[in-house]
Design a protein around this ligand. Structure first.
Ligand SMILES: CC(C)(COP(=O)(O)OP(=O)(O)OC[C@H]1O[C@@H](n2cnc3c(N)ncnc32)[C@H](O)[C@@H]1OP(=O)(O)O)[C@@H](O)C(=O)NCCC(=O)NCCS
Length: 201
């Protein structure tokens, strides 16, 4: 049954390629489900993935801790990251279980320099590459779905069960079981478990 479906979905060459990618996935992350290459990984030692990890092509994972030596990108069970997802961490990015990340999504926990309201602002005459990196932890809860082209910026927490609409830029926390869209992303709907509907807020 499953072989039939594979054949129907991908044809002979596609199925063989998938089988090859399935086998080579285990050499990249032994507990992954399917990693479609090419994949770009920096700091593999600092990345922890869990079973069921599935990716599209062109995934870019970069982990270069500024302080300790423990994992700084942690990805829960049964997560699917589609084509050209880019995740860059120097402090901590935690992704929960069963998270679906559409293509071309960007998640970062750091900026080149600091531009907020504390007194160590980075001056413009230092080249961006030489500014001290500033970071804040990012957390993405279980069962979250990030739409195509979403960007998640440093310090953001997205509550479990939430959805971020395509093309949104998330600059502040999103509560659980919410739908948020736009730049900056704002909550437009929340799930009401009594009526079992997503209701406009
Ligand atoms: C977020 C999303 C799930 C919302 O679906 P929905 O609740 O059925 O949306 P609605 O059509 O009811 O839209 C509600 C409002 O939000 C707006 N809206 C919806 N998605 C938006 C988005 N991505 N960006 C900006 N505004 C958006 C709608 O225009 C509408 O505004 P209005 O009330 O002023 O008319 C959907 O719009 C979306 O972005 N899906 C992502 C698709 C994707 O990336 N697929 C990849 C597959 S892995």
């Amino acid at each position: 049954m499953k072989i039939n479906k594979l054949w129907n979905d991908y044809g002979l060459l596609g199925s063989l390629k998938l089988l090859y990618q399935f086998i080579t996935s285990k050499f990249i992350f032994w507990n992954s489900r399917l990693i479609r290459r090419p994949i770009y990984i920096r700091g593999k030692h600092f990345i922890r993935i869990s079973k069921g990890f599935t990716t599209g092509v062109g995934l870019r994972l970069e982990a270069y801790p500024k302080k300790n030596n423990s994992a700084i990108i942690e990805i829960g069970e049964n997560c699917q990251l589609n084509d050209y997802v880019h995740i860059g961490a120097i402090e901590k990015i935690i992704i929960g279980n069963n998270v679906l990340i559409a293509s071309k999504v960007f998640i970062t926990d750091h900026n080149h320099g600091y531009y907020g309201n504390k007194d160590f602002n980075s001056p413009p005459y230092i080249s961006p590459n030489n500014r001290t990196l500033y970071s804040e932890k990012v957390t993405i809860g279980d069962n979250v779905w990030l739409g195509e082209f979403v960007s998640i910026l440093p310090g953001v927490e997205i509550g479990a069960g939430s959805i971020i609409g395509a093309m949104s830029v998330v600059t502040h926390n999103i509560p659980p079981n919410s739908i948020a869209v736009g730049i900056p992303a704002e909550v437009i709907k929340k799930y009401n478990s009594k009526t079992e509907r997503w209701e406009k807020v």
